[in-house]
Ligand binder design. Structure first.
Ligand code: ADP
Length: 407
């Protein structure tokens, strides 16, 4: 073909540019913006809307809209394209609609062109163009329009693929979490149950008479393991109630120093060899808090220190800083490796190397974080091989939470 006989619908260089935009990797919004801006030179329109079908609801939704010239104020009102888009999908073809009545108001006489954007045979989107007051779309407009819709198809495919990837990732994350949860929980349930069953069966053996001190020892093991089970079940219930916002909080003035002192004294009964140093600032003010829930946090941090840093000295420092009570729990145990630190407050997460060392369900720190956040506070971790430090910051006065509030 010679230059003189060439009959291009649009300038060659523009066509190449449009193909490049459609095929090159870029953010989809920039690609669509570039494509529709270039197309405007050969295909006049006032408004343009690209509809896609939502994968979940099957409803049409606006993915991209562009208004120029007349009807710009109608930008927010995009429902005009929905009817023609549904028709394009139902009839599986290009649809043109011309206004019937006479009116001097151009905005009341829209000419519409609905173009299918196909992914293989399926229509994945509809490109709708509108001209207020005409002129009607010509045959060459239709050809350019269809080409524009075809060039939109790879960009739309990219968007759909990205959406699919995100959905797959989140489904995968949920299913990994569920299987991690099931394996952790079944292990944690089976363990104490094994002890309870074993010692109860031993005590009940008809052929043996156990002396009172052995009986007491076995019953104590049964009691300890039953407590572990109860704790685990309570943690499970708390963590699901916290997640669904159904755990009730009962706020009253709390002195963190006396609450910590009580918890340390309780720990000394079960772990008399654990070294704990307390450093309390003089005259600490009371805070608004739920004493039972805050005690649960302290108890969990202390019991973690006995489990994961058993030989270390625990230092608990409480001070006031900027209208906040700051509680620092420091141990000189093995620490938490850097790679796991951002996951440590996630439900069911346990440092793999620690899982063999001590029993646990990975719910403790998740529950602590939720409780502290319900007090409008924060809990953070700093950890190196020299030890871990958990820092809790609690506002002295809560904003807008009254005693007995359900949070
Ligand atoms: P659990 O103790 O039931 O496993 P937690 O949520 O309380 O659950 O703790 C999550 C993980 O954080 C633990 O499995 C452990 O690996 C790690 N961890 C918590 N506290 C410490 C600590 N003081 N030193 C080292 N590792 C810790």
């Amino acid at each position: 073909m010679t230059a003189s006989t060439e009959n291009w619908l649009l300038e060659k260089s523009r066509l190449f540019e449009m193909v490049n935009i459609a095929c090159q990797p870029a953010h989809w919004k920039d690609s669509l913006e570039g494509l529709f801006t270039l197309a405007k030179k050969d295909l006049i329109y006032d408004n343009l809307v690209l509809y896609t079908t939502d994968v979940n609801s099957g409803m049409l939704e606006v993915l991209f809209a562009r208004s120029t010239g007349r009807g710009k104020h109608a930008e927010a009102e995009m429902s005009w394209g929905e009817t023609i888009s549904s028709k394009v999908i139902q009839e599986n073809k290009v649809i043109q609609e011309t206004p019937t009545g006479e009116s001097s108001d151009r905005l009341a006489r829209p000419f519409l062109l609905g173009l299918p954007v196909r992914q293989t045979v399926k229509i994945a989107g509809v490109l709708v163009l509108i001209r207020f007051g005409g002129p009607a779309f010509s045959d060459s407009d239709l050809q350019i329009g269809q080409m524009l819709a075809n060039l939109t198809a790879p960009i739309l495919r990219e968007i759909l693929l990205q959406e699919l990837m995100i959905r797959l990732e989140s489904t995968k994350a949920v299913s990994t979490l569920q299987s991690d949860f099931i394996s952790t929980i079944s292990h944690e349930l089976r363990n104490p149950l094994g002890f309870i069953k074993g010692y109860a069966t031993t005590l009940l053996r008809p052929d043996t008479n156990w002396d009172p001190s052995t009986q007491k020892e076995f019953l104590e093991i049964i009691e300890r393991e039953t407590n572990n089970l109860t704790e685990l079940i309570e943690d499970l219930l708390d963590s699901s109630r916290l997640q669904s916002g159904q755990l009730e909080f009962d706020f009253s003035p709390v002195r963190m120093d006396s609450l910590i002192r009580d918890e340390v004294n309780r720990l000394m009964i079960t772990h008399p060899n654990q070294k704990v140093i307390t450093e309390f600032e003089q005259g600490l003010p009371a805070i608004d808090g739920d004493p039972r829930k805050l005690a649960q946090v302290i108890d969990n941090l202390l019991s973690n220190e006995t489990k994961y840093a058993p030989e270390s000295t625990v230092t608990i420092n409480v001070s006031t800083e900027n209208e906040k009570i700051v509680v620092r729990f420091k141990d000189d145990g093995p620490g938490i490796p850097m790679e796991y630190q951002d996951k440590i407050f996630t439900r069911f997460f346990r440092v793999p190397e620690h899982s063999l060392r001590a029993h646990g369900s990975g719910m403790g720190l998740f529950i602590c974080k939720q409780i502290i956040e319900k007090h409008q506070g924060s809990i953070t971790l700093e950890s190196t091989v020299q030890g871990s430090q958990f820092t809790i910051r609690l506002p002295i006065r809560l904003n807008g939470l009254a005693t007995g509030t359900e949070v």
